[in-house]
Design a protein around this ligand. Sequence first.
Ligand code: C2O
Length: 607
Amino acid sequence: EEVDKYVTPLVVPPVMPQARGSLADHIDHYAIGVRQFQQQVLPSGLPATTVWGYGSTLHTRSFHYPAFTIEARAGTPVRVRWKNQLIDRKGRYLPHLLPVDPTLHWANPPGGASARDSRPGFRSTPGPYSGPVPIVTHLHGGRNSEESDGYTEAWYLPGALDLPAGYAEVGSFYEEFKGKFEDRFGDAWGQGDAVFQYANAERASTFWFHDHALGVTRLNVYAGLAGFYLLRGGPADLPVGVLPGPAPRAGDPPGRKYYEIPLAIQDRSFHVDGSLFYPAGRTAFDGFRGPYIPDSDIPPIWNPEFFGNTMVTNGRTWPVLQVEPRRYRFRLLNGCNSRYLILKIVTRPLAHRPAAAALPFCQIGSEGGFLPTPVRRDQVLIAPAERADVIVDFASVPVGTELYLINEGPDRAFQGGKAGTDYSPADPATTGQIMKFVIETLTTPDTTVPPSQLSLPPFEPLGKASRIRRLSLSEQKSASLPHVGPRQMLLGTLDRNGAPVPMRWDDPVTESPALGATEIWEIHNLTKDAHPIHIHEVQFQVLDRQQAGRAARPPEPWENGFKDTAVAYPSAVTRLKATFDRAGRFVWHCHMLEHEDNEIMRPYTVG
Ligand code: C2O
């Protein structure tokens, strides 16, 4: 069935309501639940979609996919009680919306099936997992202490009434981090929740938060668990009025105009009844096994990647935004599970690809805040989890003009190279389009500083590195895990001869920087695809990339700031430099969520 495009206005996510006003403790408090609800993701006239979303537990109407935005202020901590409220009206737990593969190494609470689960008393027949849903929230880009980072094995279940007696199953690190948090901050965690505190000591940045439960992140995020966290103020921000604004604020009247807008771009697929489609078998890829048959003994089968057939921005398929002929600031997030996006603004959405850009983007920031200098780009390549803070100037565009934000990334894995030459761009009729801009009349003059005259906040590069770590991303035959496919990709180290030493999630920690150490991490990507590598707890600098036998290439001009996620291209070494100045246990991983969920993630420790 066709889904009409550009019939629904873009949603600009409002501000997440605080739990109580700013009290004497100088902390911004939130109580944020995860709930299941219906949302009109498809255009009206088509069925609503059951999604999961975050919202303030004090304001039922604040539940939305993606979440309302957390507005954070530099130097003022944010404390969030994250509540797992995936329960029905009678207090019984809700099953997952999507097929959970119980054969992966995953959060695996009792009550469901698992090939690995040998704990006494738990059903271990293979089949779909139908128990309560584990969650844990990660603030992506934030630099916080370990117990607030959303460690993937610190997950927890909803406080449901029908959990088995004595049931308090949580991830293996939950109790440790609960104890540490309660000692440090004196705020107790309850059943079905965890309290995290974010120091907001970073540079002003575009962060986002999303679920991170082990082996089920791809499904929890796909169901809707993501939102923006915008950190403003401090020495690494610009004074109000320099850049296009306002962004939403608490207490805004309805219909207020915004000139600063975050855009979370995600691919999704739907069943005709409006429900989210996520493949439960691998036939779409290599015919290896499947499809999944309910009530048979064939468990759901993990997919190595996911590519949807519709584009959803801020929770609506192909929205439209009326813009004035003036500058706008867009905070772009690639929130897709696996898909790389190559964004461009054009006049004709169905034009031959690659299409000619109608307006450039002026990129002013990346994951870790403002760049040293603005960078003009006709197109923005943005990998899963990356952010780009851009200014688009519509001033020269005649009123009534329609412009389109399109995508020329591939409808499959990305290897680098040029659209149309090295790979076919996304289908121009569907995933090759994202949203439409319609130029309307100017209401008030634009007094912001033109990008060419902008001077961005001072940028202090990291100090000298004391150590180089050689790390690998390689593909292995996986005889030991026949259910995941004939091959498996893994992170690991490199031995003296340069051969990969692949490691799984459960293998001993091999990366343990000293507290305060600055290190270079060389990611040797020996696979055929590009992988977005994310390291928790740090904002790194990209030093260079090098293919065997070639000279090292400097980072792209838009990679000269701080980043927390960067593309490791195939058959190349990507060198990242970071200072590890928070003690504890964190993770690094590929941010293609299907990869992260199946062992392409490693723990690391600092100090
Ligand atoms: Cu955006 Cu480890 O995550």
